[in-house]
Ligand binder design. Structure first.
Ligand code: FES
Ligand code: FES
Length: 169
């Protein structure tokens, strides 16, 4: 007599344990291997300053720093951040004490709706860390992966120049 093959009743997706330092705070998490860093930050840690615009690595709204380098967090898996340090917009300043880059975007009117702004700021921080005195052209090239639907970019370029000066002082 034939016996039926047994079918596992468990359909739960696999989980992986990771440890990530976000804005200086260590987090031990269990995540699905397919979970994107952007979703981990927003949905698991409540850090909604990282925005999702396209989910396809085109707009840059989700840019964060991974070990100090800007990455589009919709293109990075949470498991790739295991054992590494992530910085989001929440980690660089507060509403009472803005980071010079945030101050410059505000002072130079580098934002309108603000949706792209957190990604622009994180990408700009990486840019001025690599090039402390960027030209307009270098700023435009450095932010080529970040799309803004509102500002026309002129004020964003001015903001990054002003911040570069302020940080150098
Ligand atoms: S949401 Fe990541 S690049 Fe657009
Ligand atoms: S300020 Fe609105 S998309 Fe950039």
């Amino acid at each position: 007599m034939q016996t039926k093959p047994s079918i596992s009743s468990s359909t739960a997706p696999a989980q992986t344990a990771i440890e990530v330092e976000v804005n200086g705070e260590k987090h031990a998490l269990t995540v699905e291997p397919r979970l994107l860093l952007a979703h981990m930050l927003r949905e698991r840690l409540g850090l909604t300053g990282t925005h999702i615009g396209c989910d396809t690595s085109s707009c840059g709204a989700c840019t964060v720093l991974l070990e100090g380098k800007s990455v589009k967090s919709c293109t990075v898996l949470a498991v790739q951040a295991d054992g590494r340090a992530v910085t989001t917009i929440e980690g660089i300043g507060t509403s009472r004490s803005l980071h010079p880059m945030q101050e410059a975007f505000w002072a130079e009117h580098g934002l309108q709706c603000g949706y792209c702004t957190t990604g622009m700021i994180m990408a700009s921080l990486d840019l001025i860390a690599r090039n402390p005195d960027p030209s307009d052209e270098q700023i435009r090239e450095g932010l080529g992966g970040n799309i803004c639907r509102c500002t026309g970019y002129h004020n964003i370029v001015r903001a990054v120049k002003a911040a570069a000066k302020a940080v150098k002082k």
